[in-house]
Design a protein around this ligand. Structure first.
Ligand code: PA5
Length: 448
């Protein structure tokens, strides 16, 4: 079982000769990843991660997840960017976007520290009232302001509620193995810690403890998830270009970028894939958007967005293309009921599976958008299993690295993200001599 690329809706826009022309660059980019001799090569840990990970820590993640399940009603996962998107994407994709609202024997899981909104934080604090709570704080650097501020609030809450000793058992920290404030604090107090490996950047870290601990708490089979990633790695790092869907995806999107497209929209027809789209946007946006280059990664969930952004996609500026996730299987079967009176005139659909109607909407849209001048790359995904999720993670990560090198950027840094962080520290008067000049400059600009 694997992903399949359906090129029926992109063929009319990208000639086979264009794909053949870019092929050597794509193959070279894969070699650069494999040989670890390109820009950012100290952040290639994700490449081998499905087969080369810390087994002892992996078992500890499973054990900690079991303890968390036994101990709490609510797990608060604190992190931002790559330190939360992958876990949330997996939980919603596999367990459904209403995971917290459905009956289950695993804790509710809420994500915090991904904004600095007082009301969002206050709502979470209210949710925790009268509940048993655990916290997983995740920050590779251990210094990011948003999660650090929110962690202080939850640390205080847990200490007040349970006392220092018990709170200590309920807090799990995922961070650098040796550096950073979070590691220092964890060692001082004695939290159980998990490691974000040095050579794995935030947006490539879902298959480390960053993603795996919250995902395991949600009751997802980690072995299946890792197996999916392992099988994808075996396939995409060995198969020749003509049989390699991952390299072909990278080729299509780079040809389209060179032909003048500026925006790639990831499309899914399942609300449970919304956070997967957010994870994908971070992966591609932070990896490719630099040096004045890169496709702008956007996303939509159809068919709801067919009633909003659908108009633009059909008829607006022709600078876009779509990558459609065709999730073929459904976890559930619900059919349209038969109505004797047929007062809504819908009996022509009676007995039909709603999932099939959804897939028909997809096919109808593919033809409409193609006719409207929008190329569509279709990625066929068998189902919403943990295995398929793991497979997709590796597919998109490898395609991203290969695309980034083909585009001529370092796919593994994010210098742009640091700019606002520095400004924010300066404006908040963080005591740091290296910020003094910036503080003076920003104050002068604001005084004008
Ligand atoms: O991909 C990245 O590196 C970033 O999005 C980080 O994940 C994000 O900035 C959070 O950083 P940290 O985990 O250090 O708190």
């Amino acid at each position: 079982m694997s992903l399949k690329l359906n090129n029926e809706f992109v063929r009319g826009f990208v000639a086979d000769t264009d794909v053949e022309a870019i092929r050597p660059e794509i193959e070279n980019a894969l070699e650069t990843v494999k040989n670890k001799d390109g820009a950012g090569n100290d952040f290639l840990g994700w490449y081998d991660l499905p087969v080369n990970y810390d087994r002892e820590e992996y078992d500890r993640i499973k054990a900690a997840a079991q303890r968390i399940k036994n101990m709490c009603d609510v797990l608060i996962v604190i992190g931002i960017g790559g330190s939360y998107l992958g876990a949330r994407a997996a939980i919603e994709y596999i367990q459904g976007n209403l995971y917290n609202n459905v009956a289950k024997d695993t804790p509710d899981i809420y994500f915090a520290g991904n904004s600095i909104s007082t009301s969002a934080l206050n709502d979470l604090l209210k949710i925790c009232e009268g509940k048993d709570v655990c916290v997983n704080v995740i920050s590779k650097s251990g210094t990011t302001t948003e999660p650090a501020v929110v962690f202080r609030v939850f640390r205080e809450l847990l200490v007040k509620k349970y006392g220092e000793e018990e709170a200590k058992k309920r807090i799990f920290a995922t961070t650098d193995k040796a550096r950073g404030k979070l590691k220092e604090l964890s060692d001082k107090i004695g939290y159980e810690t998990f490691v974000v490996p040095d050579d794995v950047g935030g947006r490539f870290s879902v298959l480390t403890a960053v993603g795996l601990l919250p995902i395991a708490v949600a009751g997802v089979d980690l072995d299946q998830l890792m197996k999916g990633a392992q099988d994808a790695r075996a396939e995409y790092t060995t198969k020749a270009f003509e049989d390699n869907e991952c390299l072909k995806y990278a080729a299509y999107r780079n040809v389209l970028e060179r032909s003048g497209k500026t925006t790639e929209i990831l499309v899914a027809y399942e609300p449970s894939a919304q956070m997967l789209c957010e994870w994908w946007k971070q992966l591609y946006g932070e990896s490719e958007g630099k040096d004045n280059k890169g496709l702008f990664p956007a996303s939509v969930i159809f068919s709801t967005d067919l009633h909003s952004l659908g108009q633009y996609i059909q008829d607006g500026q022709r600078n876009i293309f779509e990558t459609v996730l065709d999730i073929q299987g459904s976890n559930d079967t619900i059919c349209v009921p038969f109505d004797e009176a047929n007062s809504d005139g819908l009996n022509f659909l009676a007995g039909k599976e709603i999932h099939e109607i959804n897939r028909t909407a997809m096919k109808a849209t593919l033809y409409a958008h193609m006719d409207g001048g929008v190329p569509n790359i279709v990625v066929e995904v068998p189902d919403r299993s943990a295995y398929s999720f793991g497979y997709m993670v590796y597919f998109f990560e490898l395609a991203c690295a290969v695309s980034g090198y083909t585009l001529g950027v370092n796919p593994f840094n994010q210098p742009g993200v640091e700019e606002y962080k520095k400004n924010m520290f300066a404006l908040l008067d963080k005591p740091d001599p290296s910020l003094d000049a910036l503080k003076a400059e920003l104050k002068a600009r604001m005084a004008k």
